[in-house]
Design a protein around this ligand. Structure first.
Ligand SMILES: C[S@@+](CC[C@H](N)C(=O)[O-])C[C@H]1O[C@@H](n2cnc3c(N)ncnc32)[C@H](O)[C@@H]1O
Length: 1010
């Protein structure tokens, strides 16, 4: 777009629909691009599609057309009654979902998408707009840009991400709509051909018999996804032949997994001590098995037994306690107890002892159980001597297998113990290969060997390079996914009897017991089990690229390096956020295997993977991965933060230089920590942008919040920015604040009318408010020479206006009231929190935001004001899972996340001085009301009256307003006792004569009036 018309995203956005469809998409497994390869922090395609369309299209300029456009984009929100069976009971609830639009998974392609592609092209004078994502990661944003007919460029510094980008964007676009004859191996496989015939050929069109017999001249043609399937089976067949002897099948029951315990020598009795976090093997309603430890007679260690554990009677808490006791492994918080010389309440080896043994290379491993697939499901039994031998035999094969693999055994160093999220180095795991058992190494090395060999076989069958490279890449992606379930950091999920992948969050904590998958087998974690999802993801990417898209470009480079020949129309990006995820360190887990499997695929690939590990920080060039990780700066936290923030500024500056004068930048930020957020916003403004919009899109699903679609769950804010004209002049704080105030109320009304509530309301107002501030390169303070108004200071004013507006709505039942502005901060906070979350657990981020908006410190909410209690955020049922969750072992909770905040009920606020003035501070009004409630319940009406009189509450117009608002909130929260108490107090004070004007206001705000 070469004019200055506002874009749709600068005026309106289908927030609720984008959130609903984003959350829904998180549940989609089959065919989602995220199933092609692991990459952290992927944004939902629905959110990216909505943001891109709204950024690329102009706002129609009138309500009716805008509404039509939004509905065509995102559909309508409808409510459905859904019934779920929980614990044997049917539970009904109302569920909101979208109807129509192109955001919902499965509705993305079709005539409406064509309409948007056309409109976008029209908006750019008939050409494809140029869109860049300089932090492209797994490629959600550029994939959607490609789908919308844009010229998409995706940049990521990490070669693993770049590899995924090639697989998601470039290869599918290059080969979309193309076919070539199936390979010989596929033709020779009756199962393959039967599937092909059923799924790929039009009904009634059978392959010629000669094709099925392997005559290449007659071979049917198939698209890229079918070729990947064919070669995937080719690799698997050969790997199976090589690996069979390491995975014996006993009694005709195929092996699902081997369970192991790491071991250490007990320093008291020298027995081999198995380190087991839990003894449970399977804990389901009707299937309960656990390990029993039996000390050997010679006291050299323990033998294992598998025992069935009947369910005991009692209530849920008693059952849980019983299960905890019988399932307690040898691990305790402070170390491990020895089943030979001690008991569960003793400590034989402290954590330091175990770490010291690990660092000395003396941690061992002992197979405990084999899980097999029997006629009635999974069975648990002890390993046979043959199985123990098979695992042993792999030890001697490791070297031989890696002789033929480029770069040999993965001896690359692991990050140090200081790196974010890495706990394994504390136990002596300092090279990547050490995270695998010898058998896992043999299996993975064998798959690498055959994946590489497939290329030669393809060449021999006449595949052109433009087919060979993608096919080899997808086979490697499949292998890489199998690695994710084939390392000693994978554990056994006793609830659903399945192996868990390494990265449930992006950290590498130590595991005590672990599960070993069977890569050549057929169950979870096997190469085969990955293949279907790989193929489905290839299909999806082919479909996204199938509508005549323009070739996208994936580049493995730093976002700090400008490298474009043509100006960009739009930059939409989701940059790394401080210390949230250690991308490069964590993804080295895959890097080492990709590097081996892809070596020689193309010069470009070789160059991307030329370094031993993924890029970290280059101190000399001051460039590299942007992450706030002090371990990259010799532990200097300040330097690390400065490098991250400085890097982000430079990256925004590059975007500013690359954009056309009318260009738009959209940046996605986590909204967890307002302070950190504000620093990044300052960088954007400093880099030459005016911020004029912000939309909080919910992208995460949480099952334990008041309403699934509650705005409070928003997990990212999409910030809309324009280039600031070079001629922009510094501004003055008084004028800037005045301008902001003059404009903000209209926007607040729009957002409120659009149904935006909760913290989302604050976030949605932030962007438009920032326009008045950011249109100046700096804003000076009129009454302080040389001082500037910071973003934080400015936002402080904005947020206060916003929360006063919300509380005004709460106080006056959705009409507007200006009285909130004269309420004290703790009362404002209480009303906001109560209105949005009631007494359910609230996310800490939202509470910090509210606290800051009210000018309070979040910690003071609990410590000083006694309004809230901080909780770990774990529900009772979660504790059980946690008992199985190895990742939780001695891991600090991810900073700022996980913790929840709960508002205290009036009768939980027990402080003696509640409602009494402190030395320097008058008691907040909410405290006064709660004190009155307490006095009333104690039955002393005289004390109530005295208190009301003393504090002049009868003359305070806010008092009855607050009482009325609390009555309504108590009704909404289903608190009958609180409601009744407040109503009685209200009647009492009204009968005694409140301020006459207030009585009028009060009557008109009561339910239905008289
Ligand atoms: C939040 S992720 C992007 C996720 C992506 N939006 C998705 O949906 O998959 C941020 C990305 O920034 C990349 N990154 C970090 N520093 C970079 C730099 N200097 N240049 C380019 N990319 C960088 C990381 O490798 C990571 O993939």
């Amino acid at each position: 777009m070469d004019d200055d018309r506002p874009r749709l995203i600068e005026v309106a956005f289908p927030l609720k629909q984008a959130s609903l469809d984003s959350v829904h998409e998180k549940n989609v497994r089959h065919g989602h691009i995220s199933t092609l390869h692991i990459w952290p922090a992927r944004r939902p395609l629905a959110a990216c599609r909505a943001a891109l369309i709204a950024t690329l299209l102009p706002d129609p300029g009138n309500d009716a057309e805008r509404q039509r456009l939004l509905e065509r984009l995102a559909g309508k929100v409808v409510t459905k009654n859904v019934t779920k069976r929980v614990g044997g009971r049917d539970i009904s609830s109302l569920k909101e979902e979208t109807l129509g639009g192109i955001l919902h998974w499965g509705r993305e392609n079709g005539p409406d998408l064509d309409f948007f592609r056309e409109e976008i092209k029209k908006a750019y004078g008939g050409r494809a707009p140029r869109v860049l994502d300089p932090f492209a990661g797994g490629g959600a944003i550029p994939l959607e840009a490609m789908r919308l007919g844009c010229e998409a460029t995706a940049i990521d510094i990490n070669p693993v991400a770049w590899f995924i980008l090639k697989c998601t964007l470039e290869y599918p676009q290059r080969l979309a709509g193309q076919k070539r004859p199936l390979p010989r191996s596929a033709l020779e496989s009756p199962e393959f051909m039967a599937a092909f015939q059923k799924q790929a050929l039009p009904k009634g069109k059978a392959c010629k018999a000669s094709a099925v017999q392997g005559n290449m001249l007659e071979a049917p043609e198939a698209d890229l996804a079918w070729h990947v399937r064919a070669w995937g089976h080719w690799v698997l067949e050969r790997a199976r032949a090589d690996l069979q002897r390491f995975y014996p099948t006993v009694d005709g029951k195929p092996t699902v997994a081997y369970l192991w315990a790491r071991t250490v020598t007990c320093k008291n009795c020298r027995a081999t001590l198995p380190l087991l976090k839990t003894l449970w093997l399977c804990r389901k309603e009707k299937k309960r098995f656990r390990l029993k430890l039996v000390p050997r007679d010679d006291r050299s260690g323990v033998d294992f037994q598998v025992v069935e554990e009947p369910k005991v009677g009692g209530n849920a808490a008693q059952q849980r306690e019983h299960d905890r006791r019988v399932g307690q492994g040898t691990r305790s918080r402070s170390g491990a107890w020895c089943p030979v010389c001690g008991g569960p309440n003793t400590v034989a080896m402290t954590l330091d002892d175990i770490r010291a043994e690990g660092l000395a290379g003396r941690l061992g491993a002992q197979m405990t159980v084999v899980v097999v697939d029997g006629p009635k499901g999974k069975e648990y039994r002890l390993p046979t001597p043959e199985e123990l031998r098979a695992a042993e035999e792999a030890v001697d094969q490791v070297e031989a297998v890696f002789k033929d693999v480029p770069f040999g055994l993965p001896t690359e160093p692991l990050p140090t113990k200081e790196a974010l999220g890495f706990r394994v180095p504390l136990y002596g795991f300092d090279q990547w290969y050490k995270l695998f058992t010898p058998r896992q190494l043999v299996a993975l090395g064998t798959f690498v060997k055959h994946t590489r060999a497939a290329r030669d076989a393809m060449r021999a069958e006449g595949y052109p390079p433009e087919w060979m490279e993608p096919a080899a890449a997808y086979l490697t992606a499949n292998l890489s996914k199998a690695v994710h379930l084939a390392c000693t950091l994978c554990t056994w999920h006793v609830g659903n009897e399945q192996i868990r992948q390494v990265f449930s969050r992006y950290a590498l904590p130590i595991t005590w017991d672990f599960a070993e998958s069977v890569p050549p087998g057929q169950y979870a974690g096997s190469y085969l089990s990955m293949l279907e999802s790989t193929i489905a993801a290839v299909h999806t990417s082919l479909r996204a690229a199938s509508t005549g898209s323009i070739a996208p470009s994936a580049r493995c480079q730093s976002a700090l390096l400008p490298n474009a020949t043509e100006k960009l129309d739009v930059v939409v990006t989701d940059p790394p956020y401080y210390d949230a995820i250690p991308y490069s360190d964590a993804m080295d887990f895959f890097y080492i295997w990709l590097r081996r499997s892809l070596a020689g695929v193309s010069p470009e690939m070789d160059s991307a993977f030329s370094e031993t590990l993924g890029p970290k920080w280059d101190h000399q060039r001051q460039d590299g991965e942007l992450i706030d990780d002090a371990s990259r700066f010799s532990g200097d936290a300040e330097e690390s933060r400065a490098a991250y923030e400085g890097g982000m500024f430079r990256a925004f500056r590059v975007c500013q230089e690359l954009l056309t004068p009318q260009g738009v930048l959209v940046v996605v930020f986590a909204n967890k920590q307002p302070n950190a957020w504000e620093t990044l916003v300052s960088s954007i403004i400093r880099a030459g942008f005016v911020v004029d919009g912000s939309w909080p899109i919910q992208t995460e699903l949480s099952s334990r919040t008041r309403a699934l679609t509650s705005a409070a769950l928003a997990s990212s804010v999409w910030l809309v920015c324009r280039k600031r004209p070079e001629a922009a002049r510094p501004g003055w704080d008084t004028e800037v604040l005045e301008e902001m105030r003059a404009r903000i109320y209209d926007r607040l009304r729009d957002f409120w009318d659009a149904g935006i509530r909760g913290p989302d309301f604050v976030w949605a107002a932030t962007g438009p408010a920032l326009e008045a501030y950011s249109k100046h390169p700096i804003v000076k303070k009129a009454d302080e020479p040389n001082a500037v108004l910071t973003v934080s200071e400015f936002l402080h004013h904005v947020r206060r206006i916003v929360v006063d507006y919300v509380v005004g709505r709460v106080l006056s039942r959705d009409g507007e009231s200006e009285e909130a502005a004269s309420l004290d901060s703790p009362t404002i906070y209480y009303l906001l929190h109560r209105h949005d979350f009631g007494f359910t657990e609230a996310p800490v981020g939202a509470c910090i935001l509210y606290a800051q908006s009210c000018g309070l410190r979040d910690r003071d909410l609990a410590d000083r004001h006694d309004l809230v209690a901080f909780a770990s955020g774990k529900a009772a049922d979660e504790d059980e899972d946690e008992a199985e969750d190895e990742a939780a072992e001695e891991e600090p909770e991810e900073r700022g996340s996980g913790s929840k905040v709960r508002l205290k009920r009036w009768d939980q606020r027990r402080g003696k001085s509640l409602g009494l003035d402190a030395a320097s501070q008058p008691a907040p009004l909410i405290d006064q009301v709660h004190r009155i409630m307490r006095l009333w319940r104690e039955g002393d009406v005289r004390k109530v009256d005295d208190y009301i009189e003393e504090r002049g509450l009868r003359r305070n117009p806010l008092f009855p307003r607050l009482l009325q608002a609390l009555i309504e909130l108590a009704r909404k929260d289903n608190q009958p006792e609180e409601t009744a108490l407040l109503e009685t107090i209200m009647n009492h004070t009204t009968a005694r004569g409140a301020h006459p004007q207030m009585r009028l206001g009060l009557e008109s705000s009561q339910e239905g009036g008289e």
